[in-house]
Design a protein around this ligand. Structure first.
Ligand code: 5U1
Length: 668
């Protein structure tokens, strides 16, 4: 039986909504992304052909027109409450005592424990199962209409499913996942756009965009945590059961929510979530406990606008206030000069922080930061501490502006800024001891010459003692020189000498990578090795010749030629070879031996039978290019367990994804 366009449109919408539910609410994708995309495209095509069938709750209609005026006021159907906080065990015990006293019980009370997301609280209203209004919290009674922006959030259902109430108002937190926040800020820093201080501001700012197509790009998400009003439905007498009902209607709830018995159990929950905090994909600033029984909640009532039946147990702060004493400049391997804030030490995010990155001079200008300023710093998870903002009202009279030095703070060579770039560089090259140290660290690193036992601290000592002045000096090191270094015994010195000796036998690709030529990563180094084959060809290649090679653009070509134009660099290479560094000749392989030629492969996750590095070497031997990131040029992604954003991106781009078994077949 053939369906009419209207029937097919309805069928497609139903299927897409069910797939959304499986993906966003149950976290159990029911179809491959390619199939989902096909359904969505078919629906888009049908709606284009039959515009009369378009309805605002269609999954194709998330992004609407711009908001022309200011955001309209919306009165909440039920007030949006706030939460009282506790910061330690004593305050928590006092809360629990008050609850038990008011409920006139000494039995342990059942609590629902939830992560407290660091985002923006919103209220959603569904009438007859359709999303009709979304509002900010505002003053708790009246908020602002942000429906157009909330509709663009992919895990907000535009229609409810199952046995939903006729009218329902739910509350939840809209947040920007950590990864999206980092990616947004990295791009914004590059393009000079607005950088968000933290994921909370990112969520709030994105919800107040006048153009919903901008919010749609911000990759926001929501978890619903409570019910405002619900009409025409029987509700459970338990907050936890109500959350499960909400989930049945298709609204996403946080997977970390748990029901426990008694306040001691809430403390265990607090510590388990605190331990996980850095691994969660979203930012949280604590956990919330709510008395589970709705009857008990009603008995407990409210004080002002906060309920007596709920409390937020806050985590140690990730933002703190301190003084920026001065700005110093660090020199990296390629001479890039990075301003670093030296701070009055402050305890934040669980550690004492005394330095924060300032990225570059554009960032200093953006923040308008002066030496002596009071600043807010943020340390979230493993991310390097950042200066978020300056407290201008507290700027002292003697605060001094930050200027980029005209000469390198380490070697005194002139500092230059490249046209159109935010980065300043020391022009000293390997004359600069800071660049030398960083070059040695890079040269010895695992993916380069892989010198086991030559750690950063030892490189610093050897460089400062002027035992290593060039990369070649590594191969001139003696047992005695090593033993004279701090914390170096006879055994570790001889182990290191053996490791240095072993590293002499390498591959051409690794050797090129180890040289640390700007913009030449592992993949480019391997391309250069495969295509140019000898060091003579490489050192003599012109920019035009390099541009002929696959994936070498003008910037990289320029850096390669400049590197070999420098006589000192050429001399170091000659010395390294004379001291015994060698690699097997690259012989032209037949097409049969290079079955993967022309293929770009990405490896992600962990494999059971081999490390990613070993897999990569084998694939490269077979002619593949193995890249670290997924793009439209990727031929296939091999994904093992634990694969994350690369797998997601491959699925988004419709790139074939295979498992370890398929990888083994290709390699063998
Ligand atoms: N997880 C969670 N966050 N949060 C915030 N639950 C929760 N409950 C809140 C708020 C303001 O208010 C309740 C009292 C409904």
């Amino acid at each position: 039986m053939t369906l009419s366009p209207e029937q097919r449109v309805n069928e497609l919408r139903k299927a897409i909504n069910e797939h959304n539910y499986a993906y966003y609410v149950l976290d159990e994708p029911s179809v491959p992304d390619a199939e989902y995309d096909r359904l969505l495209r078919e629906l888009q095509a049908l709606e284009q052909e039959h515009p009369e069938l378009i309805s605002s709750d269609s999954p194709t209609q998330r992004v609407g027109a711009k908001v022309e005026t200011s955001f309209e006021k919306v009165e909440h159907l039920r007030p949006m409450l706030s939460l009282d906080n506790v910061f330690n065990d004593d305050e928590l015990n006092a809360f629990s005592k008050r609850v038990n006293e008011r409920l006139v019980t000494s039995d342990p009370v059942a609590y629902v424990c939830e992560p407290k997301l660091d985002g923006s609280a919103v209220s959603l209203i569904y009438e007859e199962g359709k999303l009709v209004k979304a509002a900010t919290r505002g003053d708790g009674r009246v908020g602002e209409d942000i429906t157009a922006n909330v509709r663009t959030i992919k895990n907000v259902p535009l229609t409810l499913r199952g046995d939903f109430p006729k009218l329902v108002e739910v509350r939840g937190e809209v947040f920007m996942p950590k990864q999206s926040f980092e990616e947004h800020n990295a791009l914004a820093r590059e393009s000079g756009e607005k950088v968000f201080a933290n994921p909370r501001n990112a969520a709030a700012g994105s919800l107040r965009q006048k153009d919903p197509s901008i919010s749609a790009k911000r990759n926001l998400s929501i978890y619903v945590y409570s019910l405002g009003l619900a009409e025409g439905i029987e509700l459970a007498n338990s907050h936890y059961q109500r959350l499960l009902q909400i989930k049945e209607w298709g609204l996403p709830i946080c997977p970390e929510i748990k029901c426990v018995n008694g306040i001691n159990e809430t403390l265990k929950y607090y510590h388990s979530i605190l331990d996980k905090r850095n691994d969660l994909p979203y930012e949280i600033d604590g956990v919330v406990y709510k008395v589970d029984s709705i009857d008990a909640q009603e008995k407990l009532g409210f004080v002002a606008r906060a309920p007596r039946w709920a409390i937020a147990h806050k985590f140690p702060a990730q933002e703190e206030i301190t003084t920026l004493e001065k700005v110093e400049f660090q020199v990296g391997r390629t001479g890039a000069i990075t301003p670093v804030a030296r701070l009055t030490p402050v305890f934040v995010g669980g550690v004492t922080v005394s330095n924060a990155t300032l990225h570059n001079m554009d960032e200093i200008k953006r923040l308008d930061v002066h030496q002596g300023d009071t600043v807010i710093i943020r340390r979230a998870g493993d991310v390097i501490p950042q200066v978020v903002s300056v407290v201008l009202e507290r700027r002292p009279e003697n605060a001094s502006s930050v200027e980029m030095p005209t000469h390198c703070p380490v070697c005194d060579s002139p500092v230059e800024r490249e046209a159109d770039q935010a980065i300043y560089r020391c022009t000293g090259g390997l004359f600069c001891s800071a660049q030398r140290k960083e070059s040695v660290k890079h040269f010895a690193s695992r993916k380069a010459m892989d010198i086991d036992g030559l750690g950063d601290k030892l490189v610093e000592q050897l460089s400062e003692a002027e035992v290593i002045k060039s990369l070649a000096d590594l191969y001139r090191l003696t047992q005695e020189q090593l033993e004279s270094m701090e914390r170096m015994g006879e055994k570790s010195a001889s182990n290191l000498i053996a490791a240095i000796e072993k590293s002499k036998s390498t591959t051409f690709g690794k050797f090129i990578y180890a040289l640390g030529i700007r913009e030449v990563g592992e993949v480019t180094a391997q391309t250069l090795a495969n295509e140019l084959k000898t060091i003579e060809q490489l050192t003599q290649a012109t920019e035009e010749q390099l541009l002929e090679l696959s994936d070498i653009g003008p910037v990289v070509a320029h850096h390669i030629v400049s590197f070999f134009d420098n006589d000192e660099n050429v001399k170091i290479i000659e010395d390294l070879i004379e001291l015994g560094v060698h690699w097997p000749a690259i012989v032209e392989k037949s097409a049969d031996e290079m079955p993967l030629k022309g293929k770009t492969i990405v490896l992600t996750g962990t494999f059971e039978t081999m490390s990613r590095n070993v897999a990569k070497e084998k694939l490269v031997e077979l002619g593949a290019k193995v890249s670290g990131s997924v793009s439209s040029k990727t031929s296939v992604v091999y994904a093992g367990p634990g694969a994350g954003s690369k797998l997601k991106k491959a699925q988004d781009l419709n790139i074939p994804v295979e498992d370890e078994e398929a990888l083994l077949k290709v390699i063998s």
